[in-house]
Design a binder for this molecule. Structure first.
Ligand code: HEC
Length: 138
């Protein structure tokens, strides 16, 4: 507390004018605090986390909790849901098949098209999640 605010505190404790002076002193001080680099507004980690939630909601039944293609419903399909851990597809293809579904890409129609159901952000996020558990890496 500097002498200005100290004086106020002793003599004019309940005065609005004093409170305003004190506020001005405090905010002037705050403006001088150097700002560090701003935190990133988004990050790959955040996308992977969000994508994990999308995956758990929309993909796990077929592709499985470990993304290895062994979901509870996997045995109903032939060909079976892909093992996303060992998939050799790149990010672009990944997002494309999620958006358009298998049939549009000449694959099994049992891989549903998610373009109507998921937002662009959710598709990007789930692709980031799949990438994060993929061991082939591209
Ligand atoms: C109803 C079952 C089912 C659901 C739900 C499902 N998939 Fe699939 N998915 C499949 C099947 C079956 C294939 C294999 C298609 C083929 O081989 O022709 C496949 C293939 C894929 C592929 C291609 C991988 C490769 O290496 O070629 C990706 C990527 C994929 N799915 C991601 C997802 C994601 C992400 C979700 C959730 C948003 C999802 N799938 C939900 C059944 C499903």
């Amino acid at each position: 507390m500097n002498s200005q605010t100290g004086l106020c505190a002793r003599r004019l404790l309940r005065s609005t004018a004093c409170a305003l002076v004190a506020l001005a002193v405090v905010s002037a001080g705050a403006q001088q605090v150097p700002q560090g680099p701003l935190l990133p507004r988004d990050s790959t980690d955040a996308a992977i986390f969000r994508g994990g939630l999308v995956y758990a909601n929309y993909c796990v039944t077929c592709h499985g909790i470990n993304a290895d293609g062994n979901g509870r419903a996997a045995r109903l399909y032939s060909p079976r849901p892909a093992n996303l851990r060992t998939s050799d597809k790149n990010n672009g293809y990944l997002a494309l098949i999620v958006r358009l579904g298998g049939e549009k890409l000449g694959r099994s129609p049992k891989m549903p098209p998610w373009g109507e159901e998921l937002t662009d952000e959710q598709i990007r996020d789930v692709a980031a999640f799949v990438r994060s558990v993929n061991v082939v890496g591209r």
